[in-house]
Design a protein around this ligand. Sequence first.
Ligand code: SAM
Length: 354
Amino acid sequence: MLEQEMSVQEIEQWLRERDEVKLTQLWDRADSVRRQSVGNEVHLRGLLEISNYCVRKCTYCGLNIGNRKLERYRMTREEIFECAGRIVKFGYGTVVMQAGEDYGIKTDWLAEIIEQIKIETPLAVTLSMGERSFNDLKSWRQAGTDRYLLRLETSDTALYRCIHPDLGNQSSDRIKILDQLKELGYETGSGVMIGIPGQTYQSLARDIDLFRRLDLDMVGVGPYIENPLTPLGKDCVTTPAISSSDQVPCTENLTYRVVALTRIVCPEANIPSTTALATINRDSGRELGLSRGANVVMPNVTPVDYRRKYEIYPGKACLNETAEVCQDCLAARIASIGRSIARGPGNRKHNSKT
Ligand code: SAM
C-alpha cells in the first residue's frame, strides 16, 4: 500500500493513540518515509521578519492590529539586503521574508527588492505576506519569487471564522489563494496550528488529509501558543463548543504526531521543525521534529532588536541569540542526530510514483 493512502479515520486514530509503543512505530515509520523520499539532508532557510505591521484582527496572533502594546517596525531595503548577504555567507540556500499583512509593503517596492536579491545572490526567495491580491502575487512571482507560505490555520470553517475575522467585506478564502499561488507557478506551502481552543481531533485529521489533497510543496505545523495580549489569550473569543475529550491539546507530543502523519501522507513535502516546537521544548524540540518527519529548519536572521518586536506569542525560542549563534547551535543540533546540512535552494523533490 502506498504510504499516502492512510485514511482520515486512521489519521484520527493516530492522533488519539495513547500506547507509547505504537507511537514509537509511528515515529519510525515517518522517519523512514522521510529518509526514502527527501533524504538525510536538512535544508536551512534564513527567516527575515521584515515588518510587524498588520491590518488583520486574528484573535490568536500578537501582531493583530488591536495590540497597541506592540511597537511596530518595517525593515528598510538596505537592512533587507544586508541580511540577505549574511544569509549567503552562512551558506543557507533560501531567504524567507515574512510579515504581518502590511499594505505599507508596496507591491513594487518588494518586487524591486526580490529582483535585486535574485540578480545579486544565488538565494531562493520565499514570501509569507498574508492574503495579498492576485496582482500582488503575480508581480512578486514575476520578480523571481520561488515560494509562498500561507497557513490555513485550520480547515474547520466555523472555527476559522471565529479566530480569523474577514477584512472589511472581503471574505478570507485561503484555499482559493493557495490555488492562485499554484497557478502562478509558486512552490506552495501551508499548515495549521495545533491545539487551538475548539479544534477537534476529527478536524485536525481532516487538515492533514487536506495537505495531501492540495499536494502541498511545503507544510509547516506548530503548536498554538497562548498570547495574553490577544483576544483568544484573554478568553474574549468564543470558539465552537466541543467536549473536552474532543479538544486537541496544544502539546509537543500532538505536534510530533502531526509532523509524522504529514510526512507519511505527503512524502515529498518540505516540512520544517518549527520555532514554535523549539519554544515548547528548548532542549530537543528541533531534533525530535527532525527525527519524526521534518527536513527543514528556518534559523532566524532578523536583527535582534526587530526580532523581539515580532512577538506573535511570548517566550519565542532563539529570541536574543544573534544569527551567528543560531547558526552554530543548529549545526551542532543537526550533527548530533546524524544528519547533514544541505547546500543550494532545496526545492521540493518530485519522486516518480510507483
Ligand atoms: N501575515 C502572514 C500570514 O498570516 O500568513 C504571516 C505572518 S503570521 C504571524 C505567521 C504564522 O504565525 C501564522 O500563520 C500562524 O500560524 C502563526 N501564529 C500566530 N500566532 C500564533 C500563536 N499564538 N501560536 C502559534 N502560532 C502562531
